[in-house]
Design a protein around this ligand. Sequence first.
Ligand SMILES: [Ca+2]
Ligand SMILES: [Ca+2]
Length: 197
Amino acid sequence: MSISLLKGCHISLTKESPALNNIAVGLGWDAKKAGGGLLGLLRLGSDFDLDASVFMLDENDKLLSSKHFVYYGNLTSPEKSVQHQGDNLTGEGDGDDEVINIALSRLPAQIQKLVFVVNIYEALSREQNFGMVQNAFIRLVNQSNNQEIAHYHLNEAFSHETAMIFGEVYLSKGEWTFKAVGQGSMDDLNQMINLYT
Ligand SMILES: [Ca+2]
Ligand SMILES: [Ca+2]
């Protein structure tokens, strides 16, 4: 049975699924329906494109290399341990909008943490932020049996954030652990890359 996590909570994936190797990480969101008034008109004028990405970090919380930042412009990490399934441009519809596959056994030994981020494409020029997003979630599926292991719905009220850490998968005492993070930021992707470099 899938475990529903609240913000800040974590579970041991190794304990939940001892033979776990291939994980599909599904991330979803919807743009709030544009209301009336000028803001609604402005919002209708631009596409609303959210992008999921993964920072693959070593024990110092630094990217192992620039190729270990996996996003729509770099869909696969060098050793194919992390593979982004492609860019969704609208977020329309229920279910996963973007999916990132993880093969734990292929991860380089130096990788201690995977940080799953969703940011709004061209948020500044399009004047968009997470206050305009609803139904955001991250979920982990065991690909060997297609069973969902855990999910986290970001129910908090967000406002000016343009990027959001949805969750993290990290090694803790030798066990892969998933944490529901839900931490927003006004940084763009380049600023986040600098944080982890
Ligand atoms: Ca996208
Ligand atoms: Ca959606």
